[in-house]
Design a protein around this ligand. Structure first.
Ligand code: PMP
Ligand code: GLU
Length: 396
C-alpha cells in the first residue's frame, strides 16, 4: 500500500521517546525525562505579547510564502548582530521550524543518488530526510577523544564525484561539540575545491558555553556563496511549539526552497512570525539567563554521569545534551536480560530507573546514550541518582 520511500523511513526516535515518557506519566508513573531536546523554560513574555498584539491586530491571514518582509529583515539583523554576516531579505526564507527548513534544502539540492556527508554522531533527522528524497547519507565519524570535533581528513576521504552536500551541526546535537575554527577552515577549503554545498545548522548557536561559535559562512566569501545558514527560534527563545525556523543563503536556492514551500505548506503561521520578529530584534537578556542556567546544569550532569560506574562522559561545549559512553555496561545483566547495546541500556534505564534517555544507535553511535539537560537542576540530580542506583544493581 505505502510508497517505496516509506520502506526505510524510521520515525523520529527523539520525538518517540518524548511521547513514551509522556504516556507513562499519564498512567501515573513517575518518569524523569532526559529525552526531549526542548527547553523547559517558558517563551519570554515580550514574545508572547507580540503574538497577542498580532492576533488582535488581525494578522491572521496568509502571508508571503517565505515569511513576512519584517521577519526576513529581522533575520538579516540577527545574522549581522550575532554572526557579522550580511544578507538581504531575498536571501532568507522562513519555514515551519528548522526541521522543515532543512527538508526544503534537501528537496532543493539533492538528486536521487547524490551523496550527503554527515559528521557522526549526527542528529537523527539528517540521514532520514536525505533518504526520504532518494539521496545517500554518508556518515563520517568524529572522535570522542577530540570532543567530537569535525575531522576534515575523514571528510576529504569521504568525498566522491557524487557528493553534493555536507551538513554541519555546531554546537551539535547529540554531542554538544563546538567545531573548532581550524577544522571549519579546512572544510571550507574542501567545499570550494570540490564544489560542494554546505548546510550550517546553527540552531544551538546561542547555547555555546566554551569556545566560540563560528559560522563557516563567515570564513570566506567563496564558502559563504555555497552555504545555507540554518537557525531556529525554538532553542534560544524556548519557542519549540511556535515552529519558526529559517535559512539564509544564495538567492537561487532560497527561491527554490520558497517555491517548494509554496506548493507544500505555504507560509509558516502568521502569528508566530510576528512573535519571531520580537524574539530576534527585542532585548536578548533572557537568552543570557537561560545560557547561565544550562551551563550550571551541564556541569552537574556531566559530573554525575562520570560518577556512575562503567559510564564516562566528555564535557559538551554547547547545546543541551550530554552524550555519555555506556559501552562499559555492555555484557552486564539485569532481570530482564543482558545489556548488549545502547537501546538495551535505554530500555533498562526506563524500566528500572524510570528515566527516559535516547539510544546513541539512532544518532550513529551504539556506544553512547543521549540525555537532554533541558530540565530543572533538582530533576537532573534525582535522575542521576536513579541512574546510579540502577547501574549499581547490575550483575556480571
Ligand atoms: N537542528 C537540530 C540540530 C536540532 O536538534 C533540531 C531539533 N530541535 C532542529 C534542527 C529542528 O528544530 P526546530 O524544527 O524546532 O526548529
Ligand atoms: N531536536 C530535538 C531533539 O533532538 C527535538 C526533537 C526533534 O525535533 O527531533 O530532541
Amino acid at each position: 500500500m505505502l510508497a517505496d520511500r516509506l520502506k526505510t523511513l524510521a520515525p523520529s526516535p527523539t520525538l518517540a521517546m518524548q511521547a513514551r515518557a509522556k504516556a507513562m506519566r499519564a498512567q501515573g508513573i513517575n518518569v524523569i525525562s532526559f529525552g526531549a531536546g526542548e527547553p523547559d523554560f517558558d517563551t519570554p513574555a515580550r514574545i508572547k505579547e507580540a503574538a497577542i498584539r498580532a492576533l488582535q491586530g488581525g494578522q491572521t491571514k496568509y502571508t508571503e510564502v517565505g515569511g513576512i518582509p519584517e521577519l526576513r529583515a529581522a533575520v538579516c539583523h540577527k545574522l549581522k548582530r550575532d554572526q557579522g554576516l550580511d544578507y538581504t531579505p531575498d536571501e532568507v526564507v522562513v519555514s515551519c521550524g528548522a526541521k522543515h527548513t532543512l527538508y526544503n534544502i534537501v528537496m532543493a539540492l539533492v538528486n536521487p543518488g547524490d551523496e550527503v556527508l554527515i559528521p557522526s554522531p549526527y542528529w537523527v533527522s539528517y540521514p532520514e530526510q536525505v533518504r526520504l528524497l532518494g539521496g545517500a547519507p554518508v556518515a563520517v565519524p568524529t572522535l570522542e577523544s577530540t570532543g567530537f570535533d569535525l575531522d576534515p581528513a575523514e571528510l576529504r576521504r569521504a568525498v566522491t564525484p557524487r557528493t553534493k552536500l555536507i551538513i554541519l551541526d555546531s554546537p551539535g546535537n547529540p554531542t554538544g561539540a563546538v567545531f573548532s575554527p581550524e577544522a571549519l577552515g579546512e572544510v571550507a577549503r574542501l567545499a570550494v575545491e570540490r564544489d560542494l554545498w554546505v548546510v550550517s545548522d546553527e540552531c544551538y548557536e546561542a547555547l555555546t558555553y566554551e569556545g566560540r561559535h563560528v559560522s563557516i559562512a563567515t570564513l570566506t566569501p567563496e564558502v559563504k556563496a555555497r552555504t545555507l545558514v540554518v537557525n531556529t527560534c525554538s532553542k534560544a527563545y524556548a519557542m519549540t511549539g511556535w515552529r519558526i525556523g529559517y535559512a539564509a543563503g544564495p538567492k537561487a536556492i532560497i527561491k527554490a526552497m520558497t517555491d517548494v514551500q509554496s506548493q507544500v505548506t505555504s507560509n509558516p503561521t502568521s502569528i508566530a512570525q510576528w512573535a519571531a520578529v520580537e524574539a530576534l530584534t527585542g532585548p536578548q537578556d533572557e537568552v543570557a539567563k537561560m545560557v547561565g542556567e544550562f551551563d550550571r546544569r551541564r556541569r552537574v550532569i556531566v559530573e554525575g554521569l562520570n560518577a556512575v560506574p562503567g559510564v564516562s562522559c566528555v564535557m559538551p561545549k554547547g547545546a543541551f545534551y550530554a552524550f555519555p559512553n555506556v559501552s562499559g555496561l555492555f555484557g552486564r545483566r539485569h532481570k530482564g536480560g543482558v545489556l548488549r547495546g545502547s537501546a538495551d541500556v535505554c530500555a533498562f534505564l526506563l524500566d528500572e530507573a524510570r528515566i527516559a534517555t535516547v539510544a546513541g544507535v539512532d544518532f550513529g553511535s551504539d556506544a553512547h546514550i543521549r540525555l537532554s539537560y533541558a530540565t530543572g537542576l533538582e530533576t537532573i540530580k534525582e535522575g542521576l541518582s536513579r541512574m546510579d542506583a540502577a547501574v549499581r544493581s547490575l550483575e556480571g
